[in-house]
Design a protein. Structure first.
Length: 695
């Protein structure tokens, strides 16, 4: 019974947090307490959430599915709206409970329809629908009005103590939870400022932009500041500026544009709704926010949030580090050769890689002077790459082979058969890879055959539109020769500076060498489910033990779990990655992320590699809050670089730098069999040492 009580409490508290797009207990608890200033409102909200939650559990829904508050914040708003109109008694409790069940059913229904067909959130549309129905129905229930209707007057004396704009802002903010008085609004402002500076900023910006437009159009700023329906401006600004769009100057502008548009909808809705004696609730917020998100998704707007992490700051941090860490594509190819080759023409190249065919790369072999041939380069045999093996860049089915085009003498081209001798391979990930300019009659594979990555296809030649021997490679979505190209990238290679590239596109003039998996290194980072690593942790002179256990998330991702935090990791295309951290950031999880954000599963002496780390791992407290907020105006302010290199097959050193002089030196030693043996993190104000111990 105790466990069940905790579940109910979680559902209630998280429902309050979800209204402001926040996660966690702290904002939920404060918001709940502030609504209890008016007991009718606060208790009605709780009753409505409980009725929805009990119904959902009764029909068999999973408790973990419900405890997030995502499916119960609409019933909460419905309860608050009814509690604002009627005082609690037997009739209103029954009315609230049934409305809560209806709100949950409509929420669940609309969520599945919107997410499946429109790829949109449901927001508070169910609340608008059910509360409107409840208000209309209640006009026919005379007992409710006779016995339950009550006047509202809370802290009106405070309204004359503050400037008109602050009173209007506070009352509008409080009205979101049906507590339209100064005290609740000030509470909400303090919570938002503490939890998220971006949401706090957007709340102010949205309110003043919306009310200023209303004031200019109506000729009365007093009337504009007195209208508590301005909470719609606040919600639109938060939703578009910090939740559905990644915070940035463009997102802030988009949010303010949406607020400006919503002023017309708000005034027209008020005019129409007043005929039925209804408030507009959050109708303008829902219509404008959903419309903007839908249109922006259709046009592929780059700042749409793909993974919201509970606050705009965390979402921005994740976006920036992810954008910098994973620059390549999902259409990943291996380099189609062995040894060191040079990019002769890259994507958007200066000659033929233009327009629909811009996503292509040409490779040659060059010497130290940059020449691609010896002697005078008169004969094809003078070219270093002529007759060198060409390897399959992917696993797939061979769907076309052209093998009979003669090779051109150096300096001449075949304009009739541009692609020359060509192999087209269908990759089951949904694209076609074209490799061209093979030596005549050198292709040994046949149409219909299956090829593995790295399997020889033929020899490099000079057939087709090719003035010198080279390998041309491109990716397209259809099998026809000459089809438009699409972006792709190469994995697991090193450049002339001995810098490892996990998933990139080399540039013209760059010399690249493919790397191959090191079985021993790969085995050391192949963790098993329920496997444990126990460390002795030394931080600021204090010693303790911490055990990490390998677990798997529902989506199949593995993570290290210490009971309070999770560190997600995985191997992909020859590289070990630590993806993200969730929950409490312990010294052990932090040390692992800082020293091992990624690791090539290939070893060569002195091999260097670079990564970018999220700010939440490097900075703390006020400093992190300031940097996070500032980076929403200029994304370059949030860049934290980590530079790493092998000093032996089992040892990696690193240095983490940012523009804020937060330099950190890292050292990691791998365990002889599996996992990590030792980690050292040394910064100006911190020192963490981890040593592996038997459990």
């Amino acid at each position: 019974m105790l466990t069940t009580g905790k579940e109910y409490i979680k559902a209630i508290i998280n429902s309050y947090s979800e209204i402001f797009f926040l996660h966690g207990y702290l904002p939920g608890i404060v918001l709940l307490l502030s609504t209890l200033i008016n007991p009718n409102v606060g208790l009605s909200g709780i009753i409505c959430v409980l009725s929805a939650y009990i119904f959902a559990r009764f029909i068999g829904m999973n408790k973990d599915f419900l405890n997030s508050g995502f499916y119960t914040y609409n019933p909460l708003l419905v309860g608050l709206s009814i509690g604002y109109l009627f005082k609690l008694n037997f009739l209103t409790i029954f009315f609230i409970a049934t409305a809560g069940v209806l709100a949950f059913v409509i929420t669940f229904t609309l969520f599945n329809i919107c997410s499946y067909y429109l790829r949109l959130p449901v927001l508070s549309l169910p609340f608008v629908l059910v509360s409107s129905m409840a208000y209309l129905a209640s006009s026919k229930y005379s007992n409710l009005f006779v016995n339950s209707f009550y006047p509202h007057s809370f802290f009106q004396f405070l309204e004359n103590k503050f400037p008109l704009w602050l009173t209007g802002l506070s009352k509008s903010l409080g009205a979101i939870l049906f507590s339209p008085h100064v005290l609740s609004g000030l509470f909400f402002l303090c919570v938002l400022a503490y939890i998220s500076r971006i949401i706090f900023f957007l709340s102010l910006l949205g309110y003043f932009v919306g009310t200023s437009i209303i004031g200019i159009l109506s000729g009365s700023f007093y009337q504009a500041f007195q209208d508590i329906n301005a909470f719609n401006f606040i919600l639109i600004a938060i939703a578009l500026g910090g939740v559905f769009l990644v915070p940035s100057p463009k997102s802030y502008f988009m949010a303010m544009l949406a607020v400006a548009v919503s002023t017309f909808l708000l005034e027209s809705a008020k005019t129409f709704w007043v005929v039925y004696g209804l408030p507009v609730f959050t109708l303008p917020f829902n219509v404008i926010s959903l419309s903007f998100v839908y249109v922006l998704r259709l046009v592929g707007y780059p700042y749409l949030t793909k993974f919201y992490r509970g606050t705009p700051e965390k979402t921005l941090d994740y976006y920036l580090s992810y954008l910098l860490r994973f620059r390549g594509t999902q259409r990943t190819l291996a380099l189609p050769f062995a040894g060191t080759w040079t990019v002769w023409q890259g994507m958007n190249g200066q000659w033929t890689h233009k327009g629909p065919w811009r996503y292509a790369v040409d490779f040659v072999i060059s010497d130290e002077e940059g020449q691609t041939y010896k002697a005078q380069g008169i004969n094809l045999e003078d070219y270093y790459c002529f007759k060198k093996p060409v390897l399959s860049p992917v696993c797939g089915r061979v769907i076309k082979v052209i093998n009979d085009v003669p090779d051109n003498p150096p300096g001449t081209t075949d304009k009739e058969r541009n692609w020359g001798n060509t192999v087209i391979i269908y990759d089951e990930r949904g694209f076609y890879v074209v490799v061209s300019h093979f030596l005549q009659n050198s292709i040994k594979i046949k149409e219909g055959e299956w090829v593995e990555r790295g399997q020889p296809l033929g020899l490099c030649g000079n057939s087709g539109y090719s003035p010198q021997p080279h390998i041309h490679i491109q990716v397209q979505l259809t099998p026809e020769l000459g089809a438009p190209t699409v972006p792709f990238s190469f994995v697991q290679y090193v450049n002339q500076d001995q810098v490892y590239n996990a998933n990139q596109v080399p540039q013209a003039g760059e010399r690249v060498t493919p790397l191959y998996p090191d079985k021993a290194l790969e085995a050391k980072l192949s963790f098993l489910l329920d496997e444990e690593m126990t460390f002795e942790v030394i931080e600021t002179g204090k010693k303790k033990k911490e055990t990490l256990k390998v677990k798997m998330a529902p989506d199949g991702t593995f993570y290290f779990d210490n009971g309070k935090g999770k560190l997600f990791f995985g191997k992909w295309e020859g590289t070990f990655y630590i993806y993200r951290i969730e929950g409490k950031i312990s010294p052990t999880l932090k040390a692992l992320f800082l020293s091992l954000p990624r690791l090539p599963l290939s070893y060569t002496k002195g091999l260097a590699f670079k990564d970018y780390l999220p700010m939440e791992i490097v900075f703390e407290g006020v400093r992190k809050a300031v940097i996070n907020f500032a980076s929403s105006f200029s994304h370059s302010l949030g860049k934290v670089e980590g530079h790493y290199y092998f000093i032996s097959p089992d040892e990696i050193k690193g240095e983490i730098k940012s523009m804020y002089n937060k330099d950190i030196v890292t050292y990691l030693k791998l365990h002889p069999f599996r996992g990590v043996e030792e980690i050292k993190i040394i910064g100006k104000k911190e020192r963490i040492i981890l040593r592996r111990r038997e459990a």
